[in-house]
Design a protein around this ligand. Sequence first.
Ligand code: ZN
Length: 165
Amino acid sequence: MLLEIRKYGSPILREKSQPVKEITPEIKELIDNMAETMYENKGVGLAANQVGVKKRIITVDVGDGLVALVNPNVPHSSGVQVGEEGCLSFPGITLEIERREEIVVEGLNREGKKVNIRASGLLARALQHEIDHLNGLLIIDRISLAKRELISRQLRKLEKETSQR
Ligand code: ZN
């Protein structure tokens, strides 16, 4: 089932998501729906609060298959990379964002099994982006005020569209 993606201006994007206590059939269904919604919208990642659910769940696919993680955390990270990033909650906007080059992510998979993923490059970037969402952080929080000023009109337009929904 396709889910509605919340755009910039939706309060839930600024809220901290809650840990999942148990992988229930409803959680699995949410993961499946998030993946479907992500692919349909040609995104490389999605966080549950982007579809209105305040739970710590992310889906990512940078072209090498689906990674779905519940309660992800990053115990190790190293290096720096800078690259263009978009976000399904910011249609039409791409920004140059600095991220860690390599990370280790721990969490649970769709079946509730503990997993440990070592990621670099684009996968590491996408995972960091989605984990930011779970903490209420957005790409515009990772650019300079001067750059934010440059896109302020686009941001105001998005906020206005969201408030009229
Ligand atoms: Zn995003």
